[in-house]
Structures are given as C-alpha cells and as structure tokens.
Design a protein around this ligand. Structure first.
Ligand code: PLP
Length: 397
C-alpha cells in the first residue's frame, strides 16, 4: 500500500515568491490574456484555465490536491460543508428520479436530507440495517443508483464492512458513496472499493471547531463532472469552498495525522478506564465492541480506532445531568459536532439525531440516554479519566 502520510508530506505548494505555504488567491475571476481562450474554455475545448472561482480557484485546488493525496484518490474538490459534499455528490449521481439504498445509522442531517428533501426530486431512499448485508442487497431495485454508508456511523459507532458493500455495489452496477467524517486517516474507503468518499471538514480536518467545510474525493472524471459548466452540480448550484477556508485547511492537513493519533490515544485510555469500572461504554478500540475486529481489519496502521465513544446513561435526562457535571469539572463542553481539540459531548436522541422519529431511533438501537463524546486530546489523560469517573459516581452513585 502506498504511504499516504508521505504523499501528504510531498504535496508541497509554494507561495508566489517562494513562501513555504501558498498564498491565498482571493480573486473571484481570472484574466484571459488571449480573449479566444475564454471562449474555448467555456466551450470545454481548453482545460486547466482559471475562469471564475465558483468553478476553480488556485487555493481551493491546492487544498483539494493535498486532500486527494491523503485520501489516495485521483482527485478531490473542496466544498462549503459536509452536507454540501453529500447533497452535491448524490445530485450528480442521481440527477432525476431513482433510488438510493443507505445504512440506517447515519447522521441526523443526512437522514433528514434522505427522508424529506431527496423524495421531492423523485428520489426514493431505503434505510437498511448496515450490518445486514443480505437485507442491503435485497433492498436494491432496478432503478437503484447509489449505495450510501458511513465508515464509522454517527452516533452509534457501527462499522461498515466496506469491502462487502463494494462487492454488492459492483454486482448491481451502483456507486458506493462513503461518508468518512468519523474516520479520517483511520480508514481510506477508496482502498476498500468506495467510488466516492466525502468528509465534513468541519470536524477532524479543521480540528479547531472554527469553520464549516467539506470535501468530495473520487476519480478525476467524477470531480471534473461536478464543475462542468453545463451540468456540474457544484458549478451550477454553487457550494464551492471559499479560498480563505481552503488555505486554513491546507496548512492544517500537515498536523492532521498527529491530531488523529492523539485523539485515538486519549479515547482508548478513557474507554479502558470507564470499562474497567463497569461503565457501559462503546468504543471501537475495545475488544467488547461488536465490530472491533471488522474495524481493526480495515484500519491503516498507527492511528488507533479514533476519538469517538458513547456511554449509555439510561435516559436523556441522566445523560444531560452527567454532561452538565462533566462540563462543570472542565472535562468537556456540551456542544454538538466533533473532532475538536477539546472534548465535546451531546445527547444525539434530542440533538444531532432528533430528526429521526422516536420509533425509528428505537429500531436502530439509538437509546434516549446515549451520550456521545468526541474525545479531545488536550489535558492529562489520568486527570481527565479521574474527572469522568468522579462525575459518573456523583450522578449514578
Ligand atoms: N456527516 C457526518 C457523519 C456528520 O456528523 C456531519 C455533521 O455533524 C455531517 C456529515 C455534515 O457536516 P457539515 O456540518 O460540515 O455540513
């Protein structure tokens, strides 16, 4: 397997005067020294010219190239959010009518897009237990175009067997689209057969909870199709990444490997400590996780099992009581989102998965008292574990 960390390291762009980082090219539009070239560019006869920044921009391109090197795909495209990445990818792949099969345990926003927005365009979505490969295959119809899943699901931390998904997709001529937001660097879905990998860069890729951004990774052909001046969904509906955001992310990519490793180390330390005290913790790095071996088999070496864990507190009220206690002792912050340097906590049944009706939450085993923790890497591991255990004792006795 190619060494992606070296590829990321070698993706080097210089500033105009030789600076160690590229400049931010904020221009919305670019000059054509030969007017005939503008006509040829619009006609699709001339490639590689900067035209207008909704189509392409040097800084966004630099970020996209660097991200593609990391993800191991031919190309990538920075967009304005994770949801933009999902929505644009699906609109490009399923322009009118059709059917999508998705694993059931997906992010609440994705669920709402699938349930409430795509059907307005005549796209039907079937939700299936992602661990039941036979049911996934049974759900495929003649008009199915896409199989969708999350590598490590939000918030249940279920693992998708991407090789098996890819085999199903290939057998039926579907595109496999994988949301890898929870597992950057841990897993490269493209290596396991994904046709398109998307990330919400708002999370780990940014790492500082200070921006909204996304990226789509795929073949050069698919990425080009997204910015086609006549039919490209990103070009024509407009959710391109801003050059200033692209620059921020470009420089942060260099330390993403260090950050992911640090998140995993802290999460494993806390998960082991919680489990040793009998706390009902779910973490893919624990042997007790039902899909521990499946995930371990897909992992790139050296990054651990990620920074996400959940604890079942019985009721939403208890989950909030615990979170409140943990916030008071500076263990973490009660806020949605993930991948921040500090720990973020939320209760998905009443927040990021509240779009999913209660009966469906029950069907997918999303319990009301589930507390989701995105474990940060700041602080002393033993001290942070002590704070968690003390707070748990205070709430649960
Ligand atoms: N995918 C997953 C797994 C997420 O958790 C989220 C947001 O929480 C998104 C996509 C959407 O990302 P964004 O908020 O950047 O649009």
């Amino acid at each position: 397997m190619k060494n992606r960390i070296q590829d990321l390291r070698d993706a080097q762009d210089f500033g105009e005067e030789g600076g160690v980082v590229p400049v931010i090219d904020v221009a919305a539009t670019s000059t054509f020294m030969n007017p005939a070239d503008m006509e040829r560019t619009f006609a699709g006869e001339l490639q590689g010219c900067y035209l207008y920044s909704r189509h392409s921009n040097p800084t966004v391109n630099a970020f996209s190239r660097k991200f593609a090197a990391l993800e191991g795909t031919e190309a990538a495209l920075g967009v304005s959010s994770g949801m933009a990445a999902i929505a644009a990818t699906l609109e490009q792949l399923v322009p009118t009518g059709g059917h999508i099969v998705t694993s059931r345990t997906v992010y609440g926003g994705t669920y709402a897009l699938f349930k409430n927005v795509l059907p307005r365009r005549g796209i039907d979505v079937t939700f299936v237990d992602g661990g039941d490969l036979k049911a996934l295959e049974r759900a495929i119809r003649p008009e199915t175009r896409v199989l969708f899943t999350e590598t490590l699901s939000n918030p249940l931390l279920r693992i998708s067997d991407l090789k098996a998904y890819s085999a199903i997709a290939k057998r039926h001529g579907l595109k496999l689209v994988v949301d890898n937001t929870f597992a950057p660097l841990l897993v490269h879905p493209g290596d396991h057969g994904a046709d398109v990998t998307i990330h919400s860069c708002t999370k780990y890729v940014s790492g500082s909870a200070d921006m909204i951004a996304g990226v789509i990774c795929s073949t050069r052909e698919f990425i080009q199709s997204l910015i086609d001046v006549n039919t490209g969904v990103v070009m024509l509906t407009g959710p391109i990444m801003d050059a200033r955001i692209a620059h921020e992310l470009y420089v942060r990519l260099d330390h993403l490997p260090l950050r992911v490793k640090a998140h995993s180390e802290m999460a494993l330390h806390l998960a082991r400590g919680m489990e040793s005290k009998g706390i009902p913790v779910i973490y893919p790095g624990l042997a007790s996780h039902p899909e521990h071996s499946l995930m371990t088999g897909m992992l790139n070496p050296g990054f651990g099992h990620g920074g996400m864990l959940t604890v079942d507190c019985g009721t939403a009220l208890k989950a909030m009581e615990l979170a409140n206690e943990l916030q008071k002792v500076k263990f973490g912050l009660y806020a949605v989102s993930l991948g921040f340097s500090r720990t973020l906590m939320s209760c998905p049944s009443v927040s990021t998965s509240s779009e999913i009706p209660a009966d469906e939450q029950k069907e997918m085993d999303l319990t009301p008292g589930l507390l989701r923790l995105s474990i940060g890497f700041t602080g002393d591991p033993d001290l942070m574990l002590g704070r968690f255990l003390d707070s748990w004792k205070k709430v649960f006795g």
